[in-house]
Design a protein around this ligand. Structure first.
Ligand SMILES: [Zn+2]
Length: 266
């Protein structure tokens, strides 16, 4: 008592409350972001999914399997550990999580900078995936968002680690935040679930636009130097807004400025 912030930081009760608050925020974010997949026409029926890492904990939140988009709500999102196991006794845990949960878990385990993942079967992106053809970087929107061509990942069966492994192996050495899993569809990653959703929306737009452009004639990739400049500019703008979002309001004063990421809460 009275020992100040240092003691409080190591208090398991305080740490537990912080995790509860973080889980509640991610539940609300992830539930709401599913509405964007519908709004932009990226999903049909109950297909597609968004997940979000819980800052400061080895957990993520993902959509339940087979639930109508109209019925998705914060309380029926499902909390999983980084092995993809449902955390029993938490709200929503009576349902099965998305059938892509193992893939999401594999990505969170292996790419610590990833805070959000989206998977859809959006039409034009899947058309490129069906041909096993990367989307060339021929327009500014593609350069800004993906920093080059959108790569194709291996064909893999849903259910075990093979999709996650294919995503990680394809994206680990790429600037792209999107991968077209062969004959299946796109997975996008981001620093936050919202970033990953944005990548999924832009991806479908780019896939559609380049498809249409090519029907009218040959398309040329942008020069590498132009791609680099466009991509770096976008990334630095993204970095600024992400840092602004992560810095908590200075209620307690002096710590807030240095608390900039998920590692700070560990
Ligand atoms: Zn799928």
């Amino acid at each position: 008592m009275g020992a100040g912030d240092a003691a409080e930081l190591h208090d398991p009760y305080v740490a537990g409350v912080k995790t509860e608050v973080a889980v509640a925020r991610v539940r609300a974010d992830v539930a709401a972001l599913h509405g964007e997949l519908v709004r932009y026409g990226l999903v049909v029926w109950t297909g597609g999914n968004v997940s979000g890492r819980v800052p400061g904990a080895d957990l993520f939140v993902i959509k339940p399997s087979g639930v109508s988009y109209d019925d998705l709500a914060p309380e029926n999102m499902i909390v999983c550990d980084l092995d993809g196991q449902v955390v029993e006794g938490t709200p929503g845990s009576s349902r099965a999580p998305s059938s892509d949960t193992a893939a999401h878990a594999f990505v969170y385990r292996n790419l610590p900078e990833v805070g959000g993942i989206v998977h859809t079967h959006s039409t034009y992106a899947v058309a490129w995936a069906a041909r096993g053809e990367e989307i060339p970087c021929t327009i500014v929107a593609a350069a800004e968002e993906f920093g080059g061509p959108v790569p194709v990942g291996p064909f893999a069966i849903v259910g075990d680690d093979s999709i996650g492994r294919g995503i990680v192996e394809t994206l680990r050495d790429s600037r792209s935040r999107a991968v077209l899993m062969r004959s299946h569809g796109p997975f996008t990653i981001g620093q936050t679930p919202r970033d990953a959703v944005r990548a999924a929306v832009v991806l479908e737009d780019v896939a559609r636009t380049v498809h249409i452009a090519r029907e009218g004639g040959a398309v040329e990739p942008l020069p590498a130097e132009a791609i680099d400049r466009l991509h770096e500019r976008t990334r630095s703008l993204d970095h600024q807004t992400t840092v602004e979002r992560r810095v908590t309001p200075p209620r307690r004063g002096r710590r807030s400025e240095k608390t900039s990421g998920r590692t700070a809460d560990k």
